[in-house]
Structures are given as C-alpha cells and as structure tokens.
Design a protein around this ligand. Sequence first.
Ligand SMILES: Cc1cc2nc3c(=O)[nH]c(=O)nc-3n(C[C@H](O)[C@H](O)[C@H](O)COP(=O)(O)O)c2cc1C
Length: 301
Amino acid sequence: MVNIERNLCGIRLENPFLLASGILDENGYTMKKVMEDGAAGVVTKSISKEEKTGYKTPVVVELEGAMINAIGLSNPGIDAFGEEMKLAIKCGKPVIGSIFGSLPDDFRAVAIKMEEFGASAIELNLSCPHVVGVGLEVGSDPVLVRAIIREVKGSVKIPVFAKLSPNLSNPGEIANAALDSDGFTLINTVRAMAIDPHARRPVLSNAYGGLSGPAIKYIGLRMVHEIYRETGRPIMGVGGISSALDAVEYMMAGSAAVQVGTAVGMHGRKIFKELTLQLTEFMKEEGIASLDEIVGIAVKK
Ligand SMILES: Cc1cc2nc3c(=O)[nH]c(=O)nc-3n(C[C@H](O)[C@H](O)[C@H](O)COP(=O)(O)O)c2cc1C
C-alpha cells in the first residue's frame, strides 16, 4: 500500500493534485465536477472586490505543447461569487479562494468574504503578467507584498498562500517579503506573445499574455527549487504538469502538493484520475511508501 495523501498547512488532501486557478473554476458546478472526477481540491478563478471585464478576443493562443492567454482577470466580483462557492464546497473537498487587487485593503475585503463563503485557504494572485495595476505589478514590490500579506493574515484564520511570478528578477527578495504567509504557489504564467505573420500583428488583443503548459515546466521546477531552498515553506507547484512524473519532479524540487491547469484544458478533467493511478504505480515501482519521502529530496540542504 502506498500513501498519496497530503497535509497542506492542516488541510487534508486525498492526493497531491489540485485544479489551478483560471481553468474551469469560475463556476461552482464545474469546480464540483472536477473534484468528483478526482482532483483533491480546486483553486478558484482569481476574484476581485468588484466585477471586472476582461480583454477583447482573441484572449487565447493554442500552440504546440503550450498556450498563451490574456483573459484580463475577468470575474464577477466577490459578492456574486458566493453562489459559486456554495455549490463548489458541497463536494466536501478543499476549495482555495484565489484573490487579487491593487491595495492591501482590497485583498483584505475579498479574503474575509472568501473565508465566510467556506474557502479552506486563500491564494494571493501576486503574479498575473498581463493586467496593469494588479498581479505582477503588485507582486514585484516587496513593500506592497509584505503589507498585503500582513493585512490578509491579520483578517482571516485560514492559511494564506502567496502565488509568485517566474518573471521576477528578485524572487528571493519577494519570497522573503512574503514570509508572513503560510506558503507559496509557484508559478504563474510566463510573460509571452505570439505574432500572426500573415496579419502582421500580435495574435492577442492585448499583445502580451502568459505562457503556460509543458513549455514552462522547467522554469517552474527551478523556481520551486529556489524558493524551497531559500525558505523551506510549503509550496504548491504548478506549471506544465501533465503526468505523474512531472508532479514527482515538482515534489522532489520541494512542492508539498501540485496544481494542474493547461493540461486539464488539453485533456479534460478525467486527467486527475489518470494522474493518481500513474503516481500510485510509480511509487510501487520505486518502493516509495509515502510522498513525504520525496518532497524536497532533490534540494541540497
Ligand atoms: C486560461 C488561463 C487562465 C488563468 N487564470 C488565472 C487566474 O485567474 N489566476 C491565477 O492566479 N492564475 C491563472 N492562470 C495561471 C494558472 O493558474 C497556472 O499558474 C499556469 O497556467 C501554469 O500552470 P499550467 O502550465 O498547468 O497551466 C491561468 C492560466 C490559464 C491557462
């Protein structure tokens, strides 16, 4: 028998695989379906204080082994999201509320409501690479990062995770500024663009977007390894995971659990059952009884 359960800051996960923010998770019904189909839990779409409209289409470019999106953080606002949360938490598995804003006050207001709606944890989106005044713009300022985390930690009882960007030039400095959080989510998408050679212009209406999928796995692994080595904190690894071996690599780099995004879009939500089966098989072959044996094993102490 192998044990694939995880304990993430006191949150029990039946397996290490969660749905990443932004895929099938603006809607309570689809979040519930993903969990019924084998995900240990979900992270919601990033939600703000007020409703936000996104960019004009095209907002997504599908590529070989990758995609680029610039959705623009469109969401219905926290008050309207309560109905979706009600439906999602019926499943009984952890629902992590992803939130964003510009100032510590915005984050606090949304975090308090997420907790009231039954979220098991908060994930702070400090890393979206394609929207002005939020996301990466906020998450690359260590003073603001520290203030946001203090404000949110002082307002909710549930664990708080800081989701950081691979585009940071100072990841260690930002991780240190975020040490009042309970852990990290690494990574958000990588700033990128695509050009249509026939139209002679960028494909996305916003020109720049975020690259995701298998193409970014090695960037994610490096960042998880770096921040785990620096802080030793619990990490949810995300970026290009589409097989159990990808997840194992992320755990060996220091991830306590992992999230899957683009691969769910590419292969459907049944991928979660497949990942769990592949992982169990790998552990049996390798004589690994519990995932605790491999978390951070590739990081020199
Ligand atoms: C269409 C799309 C929408 C996304 N929306 C969000 C979002 O609202 N908030 C967020 O923190 N990350 C968002 N992300 C980033 C993912 O959560 C994840 O960090 C990234 O895609 C890397 O994982 P993957 O390669 O498994 O997709 C989005 C990604 C995609 C592809």
